[in-house]
Design a protein around this ligand. Structure first.
Ligand code: HEM
Length: 383
């Protein structure tokens, strides 16, 4: 099929999407967008397909404003059901991020992408599932005509029979994926492969081959509060109940991939008196955990999203919550997050914004700070 025929095919398909109802679409998923193995992953995983976005424009798309701030703040798994439309969310940083990811891989090789023997099936299955998701959710932007994946945003093609599945992912979707399988000797879920560009202070090479408890050895309270429930959760997790959670930090600038020897890390050890509020960003890593139906691998995927800290001023209740966590949060959790280097600037400003929001009647005076009912968002975020 040449390029013209393929474009006509895609146009036809988009027209069908617009014109037809759900049952027809379901049939279409099964016939048009199967992976190379003729597998309909939506059906066999029990996770329904996402709703297509035929008018999607990646350059204008904004990610939902995740604000996973909790009070009282304990170390827990804090899991939420995954919304099938949002397994992978593309937005306006797409082009820049994919270019950055390719560059990181070129420079750092196995610290960004690696896979152990025995993980081949899981990596291929993951790639096929991601391709199915992208083609259904973003039908104008991605088409698959085996073995070629057409990326209409970047005008690139990937031959999925010839390329490393994790590289295909890195070249097409700005999302990190860490794959785990039970170790045949211990039964413990162990990281067997990964493609990861958004890591601060660690990388694929420092975690691959390790079980969950070693991966999380630096996470405060992990051993006492999480290890037992995590191992149990992993052994029982079904394919049709993916979950999501969020992790956050406050950063100077927008560091995506930082290693301990990077000069940027030194910023965390000082409170710069000249630091400007407009240089501070919220970094949220929005994460999904799901089991793949064929290989049974459990995959952890996540994406770093940056928002200027100054946005909090107009986000009802958020300054109160962040102020509470920064000033009264458990010391070991806050030290791990590394927020000390920006606190001298953000705490006074947050106090001002709290008063301002109370003055406007957005938040009652003496509001007893607690996790919002809208978590991980905030009241009025849709507007
Ligand atoms: C239910 C599943 C999981 C939970 C609840 C969880 C929880 C956590 C928590 C609480 C942290 C500290 C940062 C934060 O506040 O988020 C963390 C860090 C991390 N997690 Fe997980 N995690 C899960 C699954 C996984 C899996 C499957 C992997 C890898 C295969 C993984 C890899 C990591 C890594 C690499 C870090 C950074 C550790 C470091 O700073 O060196 N996590 N996780």
């Amino acid at each position: 099929m040449d390029v013209v025929q393929l474009s006509l095919c895609s146009l036809f398909f988009v027209a069908l999407l617009l014109a037809c109802g759900r049952p027809f679409l379901d049939k279409l998923y099964a016939t048009v967008f199967h992976g190379r193995q003729n597998v309909d992953y939506f059906r066999i995983s029990g996770v329904p397909p996402p709703n297509p976005l035929p008018d999607f424009d990646v350059d204008k798309a904004k990610a939902r404003p995740y604000r996973p701030f909790r009070w009282t703040y304990h170390q827990t798994m804090s899991l939420k059901k995954m919304e099938p439309d949002y397994w992978l969310e593309l937005e306006s940083t797409y082009r820049e991020r994919v270019a950055q990811r390719k560059d990181l891989y070129r420079k750092h090789g196995k610290k960004i992408i690696d896979a152990l023997p025995g993980s081949e099936l899981a990596c291929r299955e993951l790639m096929d599932m991601v391709i199915q998701f992208l083609c259904v959710r973003y039908p104008n932007q991605f088409q698959f005509s085996g073995p070629i994946l057409y990326n209409r945003i970047l005008n690139t093609q990937s031959n999925v029979d010839q390329e490393n599945p994790l590289e295909v992912l890195n070249n097409n979707v700005p999302e990190d994926f860490l794959l785990t399988l039970p170790d045949p000797k211990t039964g413990l879920y162990t990281m067997v492969a990964g493609v990861c560009c958004s890591s601060l202070g660690w990388n694929v090479a420092t975690k691959i081959g390790k079980p969950l408890k070693e991966i999380h050895s630096v996470v405060p309270d992990y051993k006492d509060k999480m290890e037992f429930s995590m191992d149990r959760y992993f052994s029982k997790m079904p394919t049709d109940k993916p979950i999501q959670r969020g992790s956050w930090g406050l950063e100077v600038g927008q560091p995506l991939w930082l290693q301990d020897d990077d000069p940027h890390f030194a910023l965390r050890t000082t409170q710069d008196p000249n630091l400007k509020i407009e240089d501070i960003y919220l970094r949220v890593d929005w994460q999904t955990l799901r089991r793949l139906p064929q290989s049974k691998s459990i995959v952890f995927n996540f994406k770093a999203l940056f928002t200027p800290f100054s946005s909090f001023r107009n986000e009802s209740h958020i300054p109160h919550l962040v102020l509470k966590v920064l000033t009264e949060g458990k010391k070991n959790l806050m030290e791990y997050k590394g927020t000390w280097h920006i606190e001298h600037k953000v705490v006074p400003v947050l106090k001002e914004w709290c008063k301002e929001q109370e003055g406007k009647g957005w938040v009652p005076e003496n509001w007893e700070v607690r996790t919002l009912d809208e978590d991980p968002y905030f009241p009025g975020w849709n507007d």
